[in-house]
Design a protein around this ligand. Structure first.
Ligand code: GLC
Length: 572
């Protein structure tokens, strides 16, 4: 029975990538005790919760995919510490009022997981735990069962000698896909999830949800842009009609929801839904399927804005409209930066003169943090770290991400996984005392270390704290709608409305100052409600933003302590 049909309030979630966050024991590898040491810092950002990328037992090399190939869901990988370390982290986070979400790698296990070992041997209980199929005969040789491709390059099938069949893997061949079309496999997965929920974790970020189930008949996917063999044989050149995004996933999600609802305290789910039906384009309709109020997840996260630069004003407007269309009652979660995509600062600063980059980036963060739904802030994004360059910042022999091998350096995700710089005066900028850190700290990150930014009143870090505090002080941002206003370039503006509360968000997305009058973008009633004056000139500095609140009618505006006075703010 669903707990309630009310949307869980929007959250600000901080994502920790454990390998590169903080190394407590000096072995060069970030660890759980290191996260615990930094909980006060995380709390100081004003976030509600932490999502921790996987810390379960996983193969140590590239085949472990940075923890996203799980060998045992009930064991902590020794490189991250012990189960006791995890329990301590949970206790300390809760003591600070922070919720803890672990990463649930739902669609596959590692190929050394006990279930896979038994499945490949044909053990009756486990033989259908994974997606196995015979090859096809083609020109006198045996080829994979169908044309599905792996996200990480090559066929999505690998032949297993022991079983004498191919198995499906949407990512690495060390990540065999679980057969979640089968109820008994779902049962086994739910049981593993329960282990962590019972321990007290507050919920999960559910990994790679669109990949959870596939067509039982294993039909070929259609090619998007032409007819084979005149197309590049790559994952994103196909429609995902059969390999993924199947309706059964929604039914499985309902079972996850039922499990979560069985707890007296709130357990939260955030699904990763970054792929759309057509070659990864437009993930929003898929993400929206997963957040049904009665039976779905609390939120789905996408990278809807991941390729936005300050020049992409019109596309941003389209995204805000699309969020309203697909998530009319909320549930979208914006992943601002991520361990899978390039650093936000390197993206938002693209096409902007270097002298304007930080101001443009801060404004982009203001937009991201006032859009409908929840927001995930990835470690280091609060410092405006730029993408580490390969091989300039990370020598080739230090690379960890397997995609460097399978897809090439352009796809390698290590550039956003370098260590958090804590203190520029210490070895490895305070991340680790080891001579061999997980990845090197790029030289450009050293002056951006937390300690330096704490001292600088204009720093990105202090800006982000204020931004998050202002967001929290405004009920209009907790839920409700966003309406894009008809404003000419370079102005971009929307109204956030929630239960009679209104907030005008207006942004000058250019490097020159810009003036407008309220009647240029608002009707008379809204001008009155916001206590603006017709004819009044609002001047915004380069990349300046303007926020104006109106409380619900009949309610006296409560002075929000961290909210700046509603005046024209200069670019920061
Ligand atoms: C998700 C993770 C990514 C991982 C993939 C396969 O997309 O975020 O890091 O490689 O799933 O598990």
């Amino acid at each position: 029975m669903a707990r309630s049909a009310k949307r869980h309030p929007a959250e600000v979630i901080y994502q920790v990538y454990p390998s590169s966050f903080n190394d407590a024991n000096g072995d060069g590898q970030g660890d759980i005790a290191g996260i615990t040491q930094k909980l006060d810092y995380i709390k100081s950002l004003g976030v509600d919760s932490i999502w921790i990328s996987p810390v379960y037992l996983s193969p140590p090399g590239p085949e472990g995919d940075g923890g996203y190939a799980v060998s045992d869901y009930r064991q902590i990988d020794p490189r991250y510490g012990t189960m006791q370390d995890f329990k301590d982290l949970l206790k300390e986070a809760h003591a600070r009022g922070l919720r803890v979400y672990t990463d649930w790698v739902v669609a596959h296990t590692a190929n050394d997981h006990d279930w896979f070992e038994k499945s490949r041997k044909g053990d009756p209980k486990y033989k259908d735990y994974y997606v196995w199929a015979d090859g096809k005969q083609w020109n006198g040789r045996t080829v994979p069962p169908n044309n599905w491709k792996s996200v990480f390059g090559g066929a999505a099938w690998t032949y297993d000698q022991e079983r004498g069949q191919y198995y499906l893997h949407h990512f690495l061949k060390s990540q065999p896909a679980l057969n979640l079309n089968k109820k008994e496999v779902q049962d086994a997965v739910l049981d593993e999830m329960k282990f962590w929920l019972d321990m007290g974790v507050d919920g999960f970020r559910v990994d790679a949800l669109p990949f959870a189930t596939c067509d039982e008949k294993l039909r070929d996917n259609p090619w998007l842009y032409g007819i084979w063999p005149n197309v590049k044989e790559q994952w994103d050149q196909q429609r995902f009609d059969h390999s993924m995004i199947q309706p059964q996933t929604v039914d499985f999600i309902a079972r996850i929801r039922a499990l979560m609802d069985g707890y007296p305290e709130k357990k939260t789910t955030i699904g990763e839904a970054t792929a759309g039906a057509e070659g990864g384009l437009n993930p929003l309709p898929v993400a929206a399927q997963y957040v049904d109020l009665q039976k779905g997840l609390d939120m789905s996260y996408t990278w809807a804005v991941n390729d936005i630069s300050p020049k992409a004003r019109d596309r941003l407007a389209d995204i805000v409209r699309a969020l309203g269309k697909y998530f009319p009652d909320g549930g979208h979660c914006l992943s601002v930066g991520n361990h899978d995509i390039p650093r936000t600062f390197s993206r938002t600063a693209a096409n902007v003169p270097p002298a304007e980059a930080l101001a443009a980036h801060k404004q982009m963060m203001e937009i991201f943090f006032t859009l409908p739904g929840s927001v995930i802030l990835y470690q280091g994004e609060e410092l405006a770290l730029e993408q580490a360059r390969i091989p300039l910042d990370i020598p080739l022999d230090k690379l960890k991400d397997p995609t460097a091998q399978t897809q090439g350096l352009d796809a390698c995700r290590d550039g956003s996984r370098t260590p958090m710089p804590w203190d520029g005066g210490k070895p490895n900028a305070g991340f680790s005392s080891s001579n061999d850190p997980y990845l090197p700290v790029p030289a450009a990150h050293v002056p951006k270390a937390v300690a330096a930014q704490e001292k600088d009143a204009d720093s990105m870090l202090r800006f982000m704290r204020k931004l998050i505090a202002r967001r929290k002080a405004r009920p209009a941002l907790e839920a409700g709608t966003a309406t894009v206003l008809n404003a000419g370039a370079p102005l971009f503006a929307y109204l956030r409305e929630n239960g009679g509360e209104t907030l005008l968000c207006a942004f000058n997305m250019s490097g020159q100052s810009f003036s407008f009058k309220p009647e240029d973008i608002l009707d008379d009633a809204t001008i009155g409600r916001l206590s603006l004056q017709k004819g009044q000139t609002v001047t915004l500095a380069a990349y300046g933003s303007f926020f104006k609140d109106a409380p619900p009618q009949g309610v006296k505006a409560a002075p929000a302590p961290q909210s700046p006075p509603p005046v024209i703010r200069k670019a920061v």
